[in-house]
Design a binder for this molecule. Structure first.
Ligand code: PLP
Length: 389
């Protein structure tokens, strides 16, 4: 069986460094935050090209901390894509605010800036003729205050921040970049993590830069926000641990995960280069096949972190047939994501129906992902592609 991702090959490459660093942490007696975490944060900030990287306990906590710093709560509306991992919208609702979904660009799978502009205008004016707002009464909708946007760098490709930041500025909203999948990617030479005022990432093991447990980080150039993030991640602490000046969470990164991430960050660009090779080889070999399949688009000026290599079949039945064929040949595939968030039971209070975000729904029915990791050699890629025949 071909592995879907291969963390073992990576571990063999960094094993001695990781073991030495983890052992040093175990012997140090300092297990939460501390010098290893401070060193990692410094290196992450440099890699990303931002002033501050603030590590935390997960990508979800990073999003949560960013929204808490904005004071997001009941009555606030935060615009986001329905075609993402659940956590992106979950954090909005966890804080009592309302996620307002906006359909995607069907080529990049990221939030469509034109549709975003329309949705913000619709909520401000109450004119729902060109977007699907929650199916609530006009009075209930009128209470919602547009506050911010969470754009997601899906599958590793940054969203269109040139346009998203411009739309946000026009409407007076903040932009939060969810780079959980996009960390390592670039847009016009700027790294994911530096594409909006605040960005978040996840170090979940399967992410392009993952640790050996849960972890995450926030990025910003803003000194005041950085201090706020550091306070919120430790129960809203003030100048010392037992002074609490606001509400916060247990959102710290542990030192063992930092000890794992430092050696991984050292080889990250090399791994990103390898992911480019894998994606280019897939593109070339799949284009030569006589199968109806759309390969991923990377527009000019964009550099994908290739968290996933996802293709579109012509319809749901064709997808199932292709996935079955690959499975029979020992090739695993995954569907990210089979059900857009507006149709998830957890969000049924929003009253959305099938048809509300047709592009997200159509992509969810047709998409599937092939094995993708930096250690995938050309012969194995050829083996995977020949299984389509
Ligand atoms: C787009 C996106 N946002 C947020 C998260 C949440 O990250 P975590 O699992 O580290 O909490 C993930 C990944 O799991 C993700 O893919």
């Amino acid at each position: 069986m071909v592995p879907f991702i291969d963390l073992n090959s990576q571990f063999k490459r960094i094993q001695s460094d990781v073991e030495e660093r983890v052992l040093a942490v175990l012997r140090s007696g300092q297990y939460i935050l501390g010098p290893e975490v401070a060193a990692l944060e410094q290196q992450l900030a440099e890699f990303t090209g931002v002033k501050h990287a603030i590590s935390c306990a997960s990508g979800t906590d990073a999003l949560m901390i960013a929204l808490m710093a904005e004071g997001i709560g009941p009555g606030d509306a935060v615009f986001t894509t329905p075609f993402t991992f659940f956590a992106t919208a979950e954090v909005i609702a966890l804080l009592g605010a309302t996620p307002i979904f906006v359909d995607i660009d069907p080529e990049t799978f990221n939030i469509d800036p034109a549709a975003l502009d329309k949705a913000i205008t619709a909520l401000k004016t109450g004119d729902t003729s060109c977007t699907a707002l929650p199916k609530w009464s006009a009075e209930k909708l009128a209470v919602l205050k547009p506050r911010g946007i969470i754009a997601v760098d899906l599958f590793g490709l940054p969203a269109d921040y040139g346009q998203i930041n411009a739309v946000a500025e026009r409407h007076g909203l903040f932009v939060l970049e969810d780079a959980a999948q996009g960390y390592g990617g670039k847009l016009n030479g700027l790294r994911a993590g530096a594409l909006a005022k605040v960005a978040c990432t996840s170090f979940f093991p399967a992410k392009p830069l993952g640790c050996y447990g849960d972890g995450g980080a926030l990025f910003t150039d803003d000194d005041t926000l950085a201090d706020l993030f550091r306070s919120i991640r430790v129960h809203g602490q003030g100048s010392d641990r037992y002074e609490n000046v606001r509400l916060g969470i247990t959102g710290r990164l542990d030192a063992i995960q930092a000890a794992v991430l430092i050696p991984k960050l050292a080889i990250f660009q090399d791994e990103l280069d390898a992911r480019q090779r894998v994606a280019a080889t897939y593109n070339r070999l799949l284009a030569a096949l006589d199968v109806e399949l759309i390969t991923p688009t990377v527009p000019n000026g964009y550099y994908s972190a290739w968290a996933q290599y996802s293709v579109l079949a012509s319809n749901a039945a064709a997808r199932q047939a292709l996935m079955d064929k690959l499975k029979a040949a020992g090739i695993p595939t995954m569907i990210y994501y089979p059900k857009p968030l507006h149709l998830q039971k957890a969000f049924e209070n929003l009253g959305h129906q099938p048809g509300d975000f047709p592009l997200s729904e159509s992509v969810a029915e047709r998409i599937f992902s092939l094995p993708m990791h930096p250690y995938l050699d050309d012969a194995t890629i050829a083996q995977i592609v020949s299984a389509f025949k």
